[in-house]
Write a new protein. Structure first.
Length: 313
């Protein structure tokens, strides 16, 4: 590519997990032209994921709750620029309304593959045989400092994080099963950290009260990036089908995600340290604790082997 600075526009998705599954495309765009400034369109909350991306340009918010009322203002801002390349992973409509030399979308491409592969198909024309990068999340120094301060109070070095909540009750493994799991894993970890938003705190409190490990409940107490910085320091994350499992993968932490309804083949966290288990009857409450206990112990061994391979490669 030319040494003169190009301007790209990257249109990502709304929810935290969905937006993280688009970051391999964003990383590819930077590798494709390392001098390009990449503007990003995202929802307000998910835009925090890109706040510290070192090669981003401006961040523009698409307010999905405003329907068409938010589009004119967004278009007014975007049409003031001319882009060399637009990659739209949401639809191809917005891309067609903005001035650009080239537009790439995933419309009409693979629908029955993992979401990351589907997103990456949007850039297949310019990516060729390029290997799909992992998902990623960029942390700020203040967020890292927050996590360092919390972790100084934790005993040992082997820390388990649990995300007891999700955005739908049918996606939530019962709190009593998480409590039993923690009891069976007490010999594997030194401390327990509970992560989630304010709504998840109701699930977290009984788990914290009855935990057999030293426990810190951070549900509703952190920003998104502070939670991600905490996640980066954990040995393992276990949680329901939610954005936290994708955050774990994006910061390189081993994880196990539990699925009831949903499509884990398409939407499981992306990465070699990401494990998952799906209820055979799509009822997450039916997943036995002993199966997850066994899976955790196996996954810890596998994750350690993978990390050792990377360390000496």
């Amino acid at each position: 590519m030319s040494m003169t600075q190009s301007r790209f526009l990257f249109i990502t998705l709304s929810n935290i997990g969905d937006a993280l599954l688009t970051t391999p495309v964003l990383q590819f765009l930077h590798r494709y032209d390392e001098h390009a400034s990449i503007d990003i369109v995202s929802d307000k909350r998910s835009s925090m994921l890109f706040l510290h991306c070192p090669y981003r340009g401006e961040i523009y918010h698409k307010h999905k709750d405003r329907l068409l009322r938010g589009i004119p203002a967004l278009l007014f801002e975007l049409r003031r620029k001319r882009y060399d390349l637009i990659v739209d992973l949401r639809t191809d409509i917005l891309a067609r309304l903005i001035r650009a030399e080239k537009r790439l979308t995933k419309v009409g491409k693979g629908q029955h593959i993992h979401a990351v592969e589907n997103h990456f198909s949007a850039v297949s024309e310019i990516a060729g045989d390029e290997k799909i990068p992992p998902t990623t999340l960029w942390l700020g120094q203040a967020d890292i400092g927050y996590a360092n301060e919390i972790c100084r109070r934790l005993p040992g070095k082997k820390w388990l994080a649990i995300g007891p909540g999700a955005n739908w009750d049918k996606k939530i493994w019962p709190a009593e099963k998480y409590a039993k799991l923690v009891r069976t894993l007490a010999g594997e970890f030194d401390a327990l950290v509970l992560l989630g938003n304010e709504a998840d705190d109701a699930k977290a409190q009984p788990l914290a009260r009855h935990a057999t490990l030293p426990c810190v409940n951070l549900c509703g107490q952190t920003t998104l990036l502070q939670a991600a910085a905490m996640m980066e320091k954990m040995t393992l994350f276990i949680g329901n089908d939610s954005g936290l499992g994708h955050i774990a993968s994006a910061v390189g932490t081993a994880s196990i995600t539990l699925f009831g309804p949903g499509d884990p083949e398409r939407y499981h966290p992306w990465g070699e340290l990401a494990g998952w288990h799906a209820a055979t009857d799509r009822n997450i409450e039916s997943i036995p604790v002993d199966i997850i206990t066994r899976k955790v112990k196996e996954h810890l061994i596998q994750a350690s082997q993978i990390q050792d391979t990377h360390k000496f490669s």
